[in-house]
Design a protein around this ligand. Structure first.
Ligand code: CS2
Length: 494
């Protein structure tokens, strides 16, 4: 049976279909970047609200998905065939599975085909929030200055073609211009990407773009648009053909693009919205005045922990996070990184027991049903590690704290970037915006052991720190002599 609106009432109870009347739902949210994470997180919370809330309020917070690029065409086609319905497959560590068909996504538009429709949807009086999961790369940050990268070809195109832009900032600016002209209140721009101060970054980039186009409009945006910062968390591996087959074999359901995720789910948001928001607090979302301590904790423990396992595990020849952390040596190394290097330089977080938080992380990573591929973890490491790992290193360098675990991870990253293989020579699929630059720098290791960390677009001035340089060089030289990372992991853990 095909997943669509007319078949919903006939689906087996285990698929937990939405019972609310989807035909009454108006899209109050336009979401740009409908991938796995949006569908396991924001759309899940919103569906939960629609199931539980006074329907008159929840029904104004439906989501209209937007894909900006040709690469989103597959999602557009799948969602169109399925009336925007999809299955969320929540996999428990015990092997149990909780399925639910999510109904909060009510429309999907492909911007490259219909730019005006997307701009009008954002400018509609119904739209109160435009939310984003566009990945780190989507923010168009100049890696050296940290400002909006005005030299980007798409940014230049958008300034010349405001009616059919390419970047999200072109769309937001065009829609906000219409709202201002029409006397409508501004929408909130809500980043849901796993980025530090995601709201502040979005604000900076949007204003950077808008000022070049229209200084008056930029001033209005500055005064009227809220950009709440948020910490987002739910491990969402890439959907596999087995997930699609599982629904088919188990329930006879044809869902061309389900999403799988872990049971854990967290969203902590600064409560600053320009034009109202859903009552997400009714379904477990936390609203706070300052999200900084929560996001720092998550980035430097969960995400950094992933990178520790991802890079060392990849070089060793493992495939998934649960397999890697299932090896005692890797688990001990990770615990050592958490306890000796990451947590001593974290500020206390109100209401959170760090020991407990770290234990929960190891449990979540160990979930054998998630099968989170190391390839997913390692992709775009050049935008991840400067946020996940480098701040911990810098703090420890300032305070005389230990750096060996982190330095070994960077050495493994150099090996990985240089060879694009594991230690046995099996190819690794390296996906990174800076892939070529990373490899070029890593290739110079034989003549200059510090060449990799001299790549300043990633490492800044780290190579100038004598203590780091010495530790890194020692570990790297040994790793290049014998790429079995476990020898060095034992040494560091001892
Ligand atoms: C991962 C994250 O991409 C990564 O490196 O650490 O995608 C992680 O799974 C999420 O942030 C969990 O919320």
């Amino acid at each position: 049976m095909q997943l669509n609106q007319s078949n919903l009432t006939q689906l087996p109870a285990e698929l937990n279909s939405p019972r609310y009347d989807r035909s009454r739902i108006k899209p109050g949210i336009v979401h740009v970047g409908v991938g796995g994470f949006h569908r396991s997180h924001q759309a899940y919370y919103t569906d939960e609200l629609m199931r539980s809330n006074d329907p008159s309020d929840a029904s104004t917070w439906g989501i209209c998905g937007v894909g900006l690029r040709q690469a989103d065409r597959k999602m557009a086609n799948v969602l169109q065939d399925q009336d925007c319905l999809y299955t969320l497959i929540v996999k428990e560590p015990s092997g149990g599975v909780q399925n639910r068909v999510i109904g909060s996504l009510v429309d999907f538009l492909l911007a490259c085909d219909h730019p005006t429709t997307v701009i009008e949807q954002m400018a509609s009086p119904d739209t109160k929030i435009v939310s984003l999961t566009i990945t780190e790369g989507g923010y168009n940050v100049d890696p050296v200055s940290g400002d909006f990268d005005a030299a980007n070809a798409d940014a230049i195109y958008d300034l010349e073609n405001p009616g059919h832009p390419r970047l999200v900032f072109g769309y937001l600016t065009a829609a906000l211009r219409l709202r201002r002209e029409r006397g409508l209140p501004a929408f909130t721009v809500q980043s849901c990407d796993n980025i530090q101060h995601n709201g502040d970054l979005t604000r900076k980039m949007l204003l950077g773009f808008a000022r070049q186009q229209d200084a008056e409009l930029a001033k209005w945006i500055e005064a009227e648009v809220c950009f709440p910062n948020a910490m987002v968390d739910r491990i969402t591996p890439v959907t596999t053909s087995e997930d699609i087959e599982y629904l088919n074999n188990q329930f006879g359901l044809e869902d061309a693009w389900p999403v799988t995720c872990e049971p854990f789910c967290q969203w902590i948001i600064e409560d600053t919205f320009s034009n109202g928001r859903p009552e997400w607090e009714k379904v477990g979302v936390q609203f706070v005045t300052d999200v900084t301590p929560y996001e720092t904790m998550k980035l430097r423990l969960l995400n950094a922990g992933h990178s520790v396992l991802g890079l060392l595990g990849s070089v060793f020849g493992y495939q998934t996070i649960d397999q890697t952390v299932g090896d005692d040596l890797f688990a001990t190394f990770l615990q050592g990184f958490f306890d000796d290097e990451a947590s001593p330089v974290l500020d206390a977080v109100e209401g959170i027991d760090l020991r407990q938080y770290k234990a929960t992380l190891i449990e979540r990573f160990s979930n054998p049903n998630i099968k989170d591929n190391l390839a997913r973890i390692c992709l775009e490491s050049s935008s991840k590690l400067p946020v996940f790992l480098l701040p911990t290193i810098h703090k420890n360098l300032e305070q005389g704290g230990p750096i060996d675990h982190a330095a070994l991870v960077i050495a493994a990253w150099c090996y990985y970037s240089d060879h694009h293989t594991d230690r046995h020579g099996n190819a690794l699929d390296v996906i990174d915006e800076q892939r070529a630059a990373l490899q070029e720098a890593a290739k110079k290791t034989s003549s200059d052991p510090l060449a990799f960390i001299k790549l300043d677009s990633v490492f800044g001035n780290l190579a100038n720190n004598a203590r780091f340089a010495e530790t890194y060089k020692r570990l790297l030289t040994q790793l290049y002599r014998d790429p079995d990372v476990t020898i060095l992991m034992r040494q560091v853990s001892a």
